[in-house]
Design a protein. Structure first.
Length: 162
């Protein structure tokens, strides 16, 4: 009888050990589940940025850009970063871009209002070129508000994709 109990203890201990080991191995190869990221930009502000882009494109007889939620997230995260450093710089274009892209572009700006920044983009040859590039078909937009140098400031980011 004692031999039988020992065998069961060994079997149970072995099964428990395999279960613990299996769980440990699974946690090593399974990517961590991250909470869904949320956008800080309001839908109204994102739409305002996109509508200004599309109005400029329509004036130049170009097709409208479709919104892309993955690019919206990339734009929003970058705009938050820019607000945090109170400066402008470009992201690595492929970072955070959806798979399958063939061409990417980006505009970053800061100012007092979304329309003011859009006008500045249009006065800049490289930013204007992105807005009026007929090969782009999708866009992600963001407008994140903050305080830089004592002034209420909005950072806009436009992520273009073909």
């Amino acid at each position: 009888m004692l031999g039988r109990v020992r065998r069961w203890v060994v079997v149970i201990a072995t099964l428990l050990g395999i279960g613990v080991l299996s769980g440990a191995l699974t946690s090593c190869v399974t990517p961590a589940v991250r909470p869904a990221a949320t956008l800080e930009s309001t839908a109204a502000d994102r739409t305002a940025v996109r509508d200004l882009i599309n109005a400029s494109r329509a004036q130049n007889r170009l097709g409208l850009l479709a919104p892309n939620p993955i690019l919206d997230l990339k734009a929003d995260m970058w705009a938050q970063y820019l607000r945090g450093i109170c400066a402008l710089k470009h992201s690595r274009l492929a970072d955070g871009a959806p798979p399958g892209w063939r061409k990417l572009g980006e505009n970053v700006g800061k100012g007092g209002t979304i329309p003011q920044i859009h006008e500045a983009y249009l006065r800049s040859p490289s930013h204007r070129a992105n807005i009026l590039d007929g090969s782009f078909t999708q866009v992600g937009t963001a407008a994140v508000w903050g305080n830089c140098g004592g002034y209420r400031t909005v950072f806009t980011v436009q992520e273009f994709m073909k």
